[in-house]
Write a protein that binds this ligand. Structure first.
Ligand code: TRP
Length: 346
């Protein structure tokens, strides 16, 4: 028995520690995307073999203008690099350039159960009352996401709170696949819940997430915003009627104050409590003045680098091309194993 256990354990340990995450190219990146996702990828590349994917196939689950989609894909890739993802350490690529994602996703469609998908809250939210009329792709979206992860046998997946359920689904699929085919082909992917990652809310409404679909441009700060725009948006940001409170307890009922302090603490990498201490009892104008300076200082260099990168088409294309080659090298090996295990190989 001991021998058997050791064998299983050593098998488990034989998986390469590998990170995969994806960002959708659906129109402009704001500081919520940056602080909530991309920024948290940077330290992971030192510790793990890392893949960062522009998930264009996920984007088209809702209508995308083809020309805009192309531009948005460039922008996400540029943002990855400008934010500090190093193409010599990590693999940066477009999802659709590695066909194995979709090939595996069909197999996984046949492993996952309809009941599992019916529980996905994000689908329910996104489809809303329009359920009969959204794309089939939107429904099977989480299967493609599982495939993104499993095609690299990723062991760690940094995701925000809203993607936790999709990762749970991936874990169910891994378990069922390994069981159904009596293999130990896929490792159980662990979420790296980016708890330190800030949940950034709209500047117009502290109860709503910062989002590119919000009608008001003043609700969000884009990575491409000029210093002037940043300053204007923060100045106009909604505030509570009273100055900043004296206690954390009171602060809990002040979503706007909370949000501005969260943005501050995320950019400065300073503990929220410490930031709060500095501003407790002060006027919003004091906080805003300092916040403008911080955001401009952090976003400015990223914006400049993004402009440089998006203007140098060749450089970006070369990175994405070599990225997808490296990715496909791993993915094609795993797909072969899957085809072997499932009897699809001829
Ligand atoms: N669904 C994720 C989101 O909207 C994006 C995504 C696609 C992803 N594939 C992934 C995230 C794989 C992590 C791993 O944010």
């Amino acid at each position: 028995l001991l021998k058997k256990c050791l064998k299983i354990m050593s098998k488990k340990d034989s998986f390469v520690q590998r990170v995969l995450s994806g960002v959708q190219p659906t129109g402009g990146l704001h500081i919520g995307n940056y602080l909530g996702a991309i920024k948290n990828f940077i330290p992971l590349q030192e510790k793990y073999e890392s893949l960062f994917c522009v998930v264009d196939l996920h984007a088209i689950t809702v209508w995308q203008d083809p020309n805009e989609l192309l531009l948005n894909k460039r922008e996400v890739a540029a943002a990855f690099i400008a934010s500090g993802i190093d193409p010599s350490k990590s693999i940066i690529f477009n999802q659709s350039n590695v066909p194995e994602h979709t090939q595996l996703s069909w197999v996984l469609n046949c492993v996952a159960r309809i009941g599992w998908l019916n529980r996905m809250t994000q689908f329910k939210d996104k489809a809303g009352k329009n359920r009969e009329n959204v794309s089939v792709g939107l429904y099977t979206y989480p299967i493609l996401m599982a495939s993104d992860i499993m095609i690299y046998k990723a062991t760690h997946v940094p995701v925000g709170e809203d993607q936790k359920q999709h990762l749970e689904l991936t874990r169910d699929i891994v378990l069922k696949f390994n069981n159904d085919f009596k293999v130990n082909l896929f490792p159980m992917p662990e979420p790296i819940i980016m708890e330190k990652a800030a949940r950034i809310m709209s500047l117009r409404d502290g109860a709503k997430k910062m989002s590119k679909s919000d009608a008001s441009e003043y609700s969000r700060i884009m990575l491409t915003d000029s210093d002037d725009e940043i300053s204007k948006k923060i100045k106009k940001a909604k505030t509570d009627a009273k100055p900043l409170p004296d206690t954390i307890k009171e602060l809990e009922r002040m979503p706007e104050a909370n949000n501005l302090l969260t943005i501050f603490s995320a950019f400065e990498e300073e503990k929220f409590d410490l930031v709060f201490k500095r501003y407790q009892g002060k006027n919003f104008s004091d906080l805003k003045k300092d916040l403008i300076e911080i955001v401009i200082n952090k976003i400015g260099p990223i914006r400049q680098e993004m402009i440089k990168l998006t203007n140098d088409e060749k450089y970006l294309e070369d990175i994405l091309k070599s990225g997808s080659e490296k990715a496909e090298h791993i993915a094609s090996g795993v797909l072969k194993e899957v085809y072997d295990a499932t009897g699809l190989k001829f």
